[in-house]
Design a protein around this ligand. Sequence first.
Ligand code: HEM
Length: 411
Amino acid sequence: MPCPALPDGFDFTDPDVLHHRVPLPEFAELRRTEPVRWIPQPRGLAGFTDEGYWAVTRHADVKYVSTHPELFSSCLNTAIIRFNEHIRREAIDAQRLILLNMDPPEHTRVRQIVQRGFTPRAIRALEDRLRARAQAIVERAREHRGPFDFVTQVACELPLQAIAELIGVPQEDRAKIFDWSNRMIAYDDPEYAITEQVGAESATEIIAYAMNMAAERKRCPAQDIVTTLVAAEDEGNLGSDEFGFFVLMLAVAGNETTRNAITHGMHAFLTHPGQWDLYRRERPSTAAEEIVRWATPVVSFQRTATQDTELGGKRIRKGDRIGLFYSSANHDPEVFDDPDVFDITRDPNPHLGFGGGGPHYCLGKSLAVLEIDLIFGAIADTMPGIAPVGDPRRLRSAWINGVKELRVTAG
Ligand code: HEM
């Protein structure tokens, strides 16, 4: 029986629907009544076809699809589709080069190379510098005498600094890289007044910058991660174009996601003062994971069925599009006790905010968790009396659970 709660034309990827609130109450209704549901999509939003997509809302089904790439392909545009159309005009097969949009065995080959840059040792090596950055960001914000915007003044910078540190972007180039990255992700929201074309141009600039970096290291190897990825002599390395697209991916995947996790985390603490008191006293190591579950910055990613199959009692046809709704899975009462409670001591916490555990599971998870720990550690030490001023202003987006503005006082 179709779920009666969804009005005709209701679409989970409609920015006007997501604009209001995530998780949507409709997710709870679908999990109960029709956990795999066909959503017709006449307007073809968010990169889905004009036909529509299957909305997958239960934790178990999102995991199943994520861990069966042979049945559910990432190849036909998991994300970032609109940039591809522009970049293709530059005669680069962008689609083929974006990690998120690859399937095994190509995905396996590239992932094995790039994860050399994300080993526990590589992330630990960044910790001291990122701690100092986090502290400096919070101290600068504390100097505001009146209300200020937490998003632009606190949450924005650390994710970009982390990526810049990781790949060794020199200080003098960081401002322009940050500017390109921010323009590139801003196209989703008309209020930014940035067109798709400007977003695509910024993406092209990032690719060109990174390709240049790679070419230099191939010529002149150094003791850094770029050299490890592009100039290693052992089991393969990345071509300059592959490296260019990898950096582009980082600038998308590691930027707005972490920014929104930090902003939503702050908002959750401000609206749950008991949890903030607990955090300040005990700094539980489980806090960052709960912040990511609570925020679920990536509402959904997509897959395409490679053959006729079955999911949640529904017959899926080869070529059908599938929407994996992480924000619904993260509130599934089959898996989480009191899923609508923000509890920074939640343990275990098998949330799907970083993906459903398959081959595409977030490469930057350890880095993101480190950044969240460092920024809230710095806020608890330096700005413990931080207080909200009004309600947050949400980002209008088809797939990101974002906050554009969160006004606070340093307290
Ligand atoms: C993939 C979420 C931070 C790099 C993903 C996926 C999700 C995700 C949902 C897709 C998983 C799948 O399809 O199964 C997040 C969230 C973050 C975050 C919520 C912050 C709280 C980062 C950071 C980086 C990063 C900091 C790197 C600097 C990547 C990459 C992929 C990815 C490269 C693609 C992996 C692949 O296709 O093999 N992330 N991410 N992410 N993430 Fe993250």
